[in-house]
Design a protein around this ligand. Sequence first.
Ligand code: UDP
Ligand code: MG
Length: 138
Amino acid sequence: MSRTFAMIKPDAVQAGNAGNIIAHIQKAGFRIVGMKLVQISMKQAQGFYEVHRERPFYGELTEFMSSGPSVVLALDAEGAVQKWRDTIGATDPAEAADGTIRKLYAESKGKNAVHGSDADETAAAEIAFFFAGTELVG
Ligand code: UDP
Ligand code: MG
């Protein structure tokens, strides 16, 4: 078993798709070990996406991510990081495979419904960014 970090982004929460996305997560075979609704500040969004600071979309991305509530989750599965990336699909919904969460729910490359960690180390750092140890079930 390994663990990844997922987020249902403000566009999907605003559109009323959080419930469907949580159902999709469970049907895909993940065990939810942490989950909460948060509205992240601009400062938190900047910290979370620090790796993208120099990219042209950084301002728009951090504005968007702090614009409304998100659902943050910690998910367990065999090969959780890759399995979750496969479940969400490509960053740009136009390139996402049929049946993936981004194909089903994303509006655009920026407002793309969900986040997924890109490696085990980033997953651990992203979970620690949002969850206290006591907020994760055993
Ligand atoms: N993003 C964007 N424009 C781009 C690339 C990325 O607005 O050209 C946003 C998008 O919301 C994406 C996030 O920045 O999910 C992080 O980008 P990354 O390349 O890490 O994509 P991801 O890992 O989320 O698929
Ligand atoms: Mg990424």
